[in-house]
Structures are given as structure tokens and as C-alpha cells.
Write a protein that binds this ligand. Sequence first.
Ligand code: NAI
Length: 327
Amino acid sequence: MVKVTVCGAAGGIGQPLSLLLKQSDLIDHLSLYDIVNTPGVAADLSHINTKAKVTGHVGAPSLEEAIKDSDVVVIPAGVPRKPGMTRDDLFKINAGIVRDLATAAAKFSPKAFMLIISNPVNSTVPIVAEVFKKHNVYDPKRIFGVTTLDIVRASTFVSSLIGAEAHSLRVPVVGGHSGVTILPLLSQVKGADKLSREQIEAVTNRIQFGGDEVVKAKDGLGSATLSMAYAGARFTFSVLDAIVKHKTVVEYSYVNLEADGEGAASIRAEVGDLEYFSPRVDIGPHGVAKIHPLGSLSSYEKQLLSAAIPELQGNIVKGASFVDTAH
Ligand code: NAI
């Protein structure tokens, strides 16, 4: 029995994400939790003739039942950005929401793979880790910040510039998930060497701030939901391939660098004493199996990395210390 729980399932991301997950043959039970509207979303999805049984759970008293014994918990709960806001501006509201959901997961599903979508991801992932530590169930191999949308955007934007097939073009994007912490490694993309320095800088900026295009176009009605649902489903399917089919899958994800004792040494030489970073990771049935080093960087990418590190450091401390200080 494979159980996947979506927390925030009635939201802009949660609904299309749940729809995409309902299509998977690898899920037996799709559990939908939110503080509003999940009975309707669950009833609607339950009429689709695919394998997963769908249940809807609404409000805090039903959180235990929603989340217990999950193999995967996906969290897109919380408020999205409005024009002019940074992801960090969401911290005030989303930090508490993520802490409470993580607390329930630590109590009732301590072995679940935790996939964190709620922003600011750079801080919400450390929050989940601290909550799991508090409950003595922490395993850094199973807590992931979902940065797949940056990868998806990068392959769309770069492929249109170099004339490659968007679906198969893999552009490494490392770092974190906000503005200058998003670090596309175009020097490692075959065919990107024909881009001028100006084109590289422009497309790098577009990948870093691509979310703002959507926030602006939605004009106060939120941020990326449909492309995020696609990206979130893609990452969840990879994780399910690892858990259910015992495959080793390769993804980029924001993880604690302790998750791989062996690889940590080489990446630490590249990123200093950052605790969290989004590198290329191999994920197996027990979670992170290997963290890959960044590899060779252009001088421009080295500059971007130097700008990302202090910003990430601040975001990490803010998340980790929230759990210590919060009541
Ligand atoms: P939304 O407002 O449409 O949906 C959020 C849902 O969370 C709502 O249904 C709300 O009722 C629910 N919610 C609020 N408090 C909750 C609680 N305590 N427990 C369970 N559910 C709760 O927002 P949207 O657009 O779906 O975005 C959700 C989050 O995802 C935001 O923080 C946004 O910034 C983030 N996001 C992350 C991306 C990434 O790449 N990681 C990309 C885009 C958005």
C-alpha cells in the first residue's frame, strides 16, 4: 500500500498536483488535506477511473488521520506571493504552517519522504528538519525542498535560445529556490557555448526571476500553480520510482548536505559550510544515496555562487532558529 498525502490539497498548486498524482499507478491511497474544501476536491478526483483511492480531510482535527502512515508527504500549503513580494516575505505566515504540518508528519509518519514546496523553500526545509530533530525521528536523507520548477523553467528558456528539444534538455540548476540563490550552470549545457555573455546573463536572470513573470501576469491572484503542479508531480513520480520500483533516480533538490556522508566532502569544498544546498542528488529507496559535486564552473557562475552563499546562509539560520524560538 503506497500512501501519498498532499497538504494544502485544495490550493492553486494542490488541486492540479493532486490531479496529476491521481494518474499514477504507483499510488494506492491519495490523501488530501487542507483547512478548506478537500471533501469537494476528493469527491471530484475519486470519480477518475485510476488506481488510487482518494480521501479528503479538512481541518486540524483530521490531520492525524490524513497524514498517518504516509510514504510520501507533499506540502504545497500556505500563502503565495503577490506582486512586489519576495519569497522571504511569506515566511511570517508559512513558517508556522509548515512547522505544524511537519510536527504531524514527525508524529504519525516519521519515515515518510517529505517534499516541501511551500515558500520560502530555503527556510521551510530547515524548519521541517528541526521539527523532526525535536521528535528524534530526523533522517536528512528523506527531507527534500522541491526546486524542480527551476529546472523545468531553465530547460524551457535555454532550449528556445539554443534550438534544442525542451523536454530532453537538462540544465543543471543548483543553490536554493529564490532569486540570486538560484544558480543555473549553463557552462555545463551542451550547445550553450554558442551563447554570448549577454545572452547567458539575460537567461540566467530570467531563470532566477522567472517566478516574477507569473506573479506579475496573474496580477495579484497568486504565483505559479500549474507549472509548479507539473514540476511537483514530476519530482514525486521520481521519488515513487525510487521507493516503489527500487530505482536510483537523479534529481536536483534542496537537501541537508549531511544526507550523504561520502559526497559531502567534495561539495563542501565548493560551497563552504552551508548546511543546505540544492545539488544533483541520486535518490534511492531509502532517500538521498549520493550528493554530486557541482563540477567545473565558469568565472561568471563562481561569482553567482559567491552571491548566493550569504543569502542562503541567512535563509537557513532564519528557518532553523524559528523552531527553537517558536511556541
Ligand atoms: P494557494 O493559496 O492557492 O493554496 C494554498 C493552500 O494551502 C490553500 O488551499 C490553503 O487553504 C492551504 N492552507 C493554508 N494553511 C494551511 C494549513 N495550516 N494546513 C493545510 N493547508 C493549509 O497557494 P499556492 O499558489 O498553491 O501556493 C502554495 C505555496 O507554494 C506557496 O507558499 C507558494 O509560494 C509555494 N510555491 C512554491 C514553488 C516552488 O517552486 N517550490 C512554486 C510556486 C509556489
